[in-house]
Design a binder for this molecule. Structure first.
Ligand code: FEO
Length: 169
């Protein structure tokens, strides 16, 4: 069982995770538009990852006897600038999501909601991984800048990103 307050906060996060998915899909489309299919693939896989984050939280709310409330999803930007700027905005966004997860954890601690603390721990760890993955791409990307050969190489690497493993049943 979760409190009304916790339920509302988790529903809000479901919306933020949906927005993340929506934004990465927009980034995928944008990457294709600027001729970077590998970037587009990476963003498409990130979209799928975010849908997994949504689904996990959606299931948890219901497992706890709560009510899921799906809210309107904000429209993401259509354009994201240079390839470096695309990933700078990705990092900024993930840092923002990390701060939201930490606020949720603060609430769960304040409410002595041990089950939700355990549940959220997965997201805390996931955010460390998400930020690290983006930083690993940003470093070489900043080095190559607008160099076409370097960009092509990074694009090929990003094309290799596979779909996330499905959640256990
Ligand atoms: Fe769901 Fe990228 O955090």
């Amino acid at each position: 069982m979760i409190s009304e307050k916790m339920q509302e906060a988790l529903n809000e996060q479901v919306n933020k995770e949906f927005y993340s998915a929506y934004m990465y899909l927009a980034m995928s489309a944008y990457s294709n538009t600027i001729g970077l299919p590998g970037f587009a693939n990476w963003m498409r896989m990130q979209y799928e990852e975010e849908i997994m984050h949504v689904t996990k939280m959606y299931d948890y709310i219901q497992d706890q006897g709560g009510v899921v409330t799906l809210k309107a999803i904000e429209q993401p930007p259509l354009e994201y600038g240079t390839p470096v700027e695309v990933f700078e905005q990705t990092l900024e966004h993930e840092q923002y999501v990390t701060s939201l997860i930490h606020k949720l954890m603060d609430l769960a601690v304040q409410e002595k909601d041990y089950a939700t603390q355990t549940f959220l721990q997965w997201y805390v760890t996931e955010q460390v991984e998400e930020e690290a993955n983006v930083n690993d791409i940003l470093s070489p990307l900043r080095m190559v800048g607008e160099d076409k050969g370097g960009l092509m190489m990074i694009d090929q690497q990003l094309n290799g990103r596979a779909a996330p493993a499905p959640l256990p049943a």
